[in-house]
Design a protein around this ligand. Structure first.
Ligand code: GRF
Length: 216
């Protein structure tokens, strides 16, 4: 809507993918409701019929799609179904917000430089296979890092490896438990994801190989 009043902004139709609680999803919905973001949520896609994000989307009257291997067991069934849901809802941007599945390379190709993921550490540290949820924070504390943080990156075919859009540092107090660190980082995630989407709305993002240039 706000793009009608500000010609320099792009309003995206965002598909959010979430598997769990959905606190990042909620934060994005909140930013849209408060006019901090100009985009709209086209659809919430989840693999998990019990996802908290799903309940929240329904509460807010946001379209939803539950897509998983159990429901679509044929080869490439999930990818095909996701692509069809994206097209049905006119989605032109994808936000992964705690989505616990790899997305098919066909989707990555179709939405090149238009898929973002958020990771609760400073990539490339503590990313990749097995690095999700509390495991990330356990590993960071075990390693003894003084700083951890959040990374928002563009999704490409390599897991947790795409070009970095924004990062935010969170100091690791030596008394922190993994749960405390997770809580601190999650608070920052809720702010930084909105900031990153806003940069895309403002057309300030340029991708040059691995590097993301943020124009003034
Ligand atoms: C977040 O920590 C995010 O960085 C990671 O998955 C978690 C999702 O949390 N990718 P929530 O479901 O948004 O609360």
């Amino acid at each position: 809507m706000c793009a009608e009043y500000n010609k320099n902004l792009t309003s995206y139709k965002i598909a959010v993918f979430a598997s769990g609680t959905g606190s990042n999803f909620k934060a994005i919905v909140n930013s849209i409701e408060n006019g901090i973001l100009c985009s709209e949520i086209a659809v919430l896609i989840t693999n998990n019929p019990d996802a908290g994000a799903l309940g929240y989307a329904k509460e807010k009257g946001i379209s939803t799609a539950v897509i998983n291997k159990k429901l679509f067991p044929e080869e490439n069934g999930v990818t095909t179904e996701i692509l069809s849901a994206l097209s049905k809802h006119g989605a032109d941007f994808i936000i992964l917000a705690g989505y616990m599945k790899m997305i098919g390379s066909e989707i990555v190709r179709a939405y090149r430089n238009r898929i973002l993921n958020i990771h609760p550490a400073l990539l490339p540290s503590f990313g990749g296979e097995g690095m999700y949820g509390i495991h990330v924070h356990e590993a960071a504390i075990k390693y003894g890092v003084r700083f951890s943080g959040v990374t928002v990156h563009i999704v490409d075919d390599a897991y947790d490896m795409g070009p970095i859009v924004l990062q935010k540092i969170v100091p690791v107090d030596q008394e922190y438990t993994p749960q405390e660190l997770q809580k601190r980082i999650l608070t920052e995630e809720h702010k930084i994801y909105t900031e990153a989407i806003r940069l895309f709305e403002e057309n300030k993002i340029e991708v040059s190989g691995r590097r993301v240039i943020i124009r003034e």
